[in-house]
Write a protein that binds this ligand. Sequence first.
Ligand SMILES: [Mn+2]
Length: 329
Amino acid sequence: MVDQQVMERIKNCLAQGQRFAITTHVNPDGDGLGAEAALANFLEERGKDVYIFNSNPVPDNYDFLNPDKKFLTYDPRKHQEILLTVDYILIVDISDWQRLRQVGRDIRDISTTKICIDHHPSQEKVGEVRLIDQNACSTGEIVYQLIEYCGGPFNKTIAEALYTCLVTDTGSFKFSNTTAKSFEIAGKLIEHGANTHELYQKIYERQSYNKVKLFAYVLNNLHFEKSGRVAWFAVTYDVIENLGVQQNDTEGFSDYPRVIDGVEVTVMFVETEKGTTKVSLRSKGNVIINKIAQEFGGGGHPFAAGIMLNGGYKEYKDKLLSEVYRLFT
Ligand SMILES: [Mn+2]
C-alpha cells in the first residue's frame, strides 16, 4: 500500500512548485521512462515547467514516449544550472544514488526537496519525501495512484506512458510481481485511452535484425549447471562490437532461459565499453537471488536483481556462479 500521508505531501509539492526536474536510473527501462513521461505530462497540463534529465538517451523502441524531445541526456555544463534551481526533483524507479550517476552526484547534497517514487527494495534513503511500495509491480503503478489521488485528469498520453510501465516491468503481465491490482490499473489505463495492441508493436516488434542475431548467439552459448537448474551466458564486448549492436540490446535476454523446463535461475553477464560488466540475475520464483546481488554490491527484487562489476566478466564469473550454485546444494 502506498502511504496516504506521503501522497498528500507530494500532492501539495506538485501543486505548489512551478519548475520540476525528473530523473531515473542509468540505462532507463520502460518503467522508468514511462513514469517520467506520465509525470511530465501531468505537470505540464497544469502549466508547470518540466525538465527530464537522464544518464542515457531514450532507446529507439521507447521514442514514442518522447515525441517533443523532452528527454535530455544530462550534461552538467548545459543542464546543471537548471537542475539546481528547480523547485522539486522527482526521482523515479530507483532508490540508489550510485545508479543516478552524475545527476545523483549533483543533487545529493543540495537543499531542494527530492521526491522519490519507487518499488525497489533498498537500504538507501534517497530523497526527503519517499513514496515507496515494494508490492507495486512497477513505479508506473504507484504513479497511477498518485495521479488519481491528485484528482487526475488522465489522458491518452499519460495512460499509454503508465501502461508501458506496467507491461514492461511485468514481462507482459507474466512475472510474479503481477497482481490483481496491476490488472485493475491496466484496465483503467485502457479506459483512459491506452491502445494495448499498438503499444505492444511499438515496444516489442521493432527490434533490429542485429539484435535478433545477438539473441541467436546467446541461445547458442547457454551453459547449464546444477542438473540444468542454472543457465548462464556471457556477452563480451567483442561480440557486441562485432555484431554492431548496443549493450542495451541485451535487455530482456536474461529473462528468456527461464522458459526452459527445469531452469530455476539465469545469470547474464554483459561487458560494457567502459570495461565494466553488468550482471542480471533472474529466478523462476523458488529461490531468492537478490541477496547474492547485494553481496557483490548490486541490488534488486527477490527474483530479478542486478550488479555492475568493475572489470571483465571472467574476473568474477567463477566466484559469482559458485554463490548461485550454493543455492542448489
Ligand atoms: Mn521498475
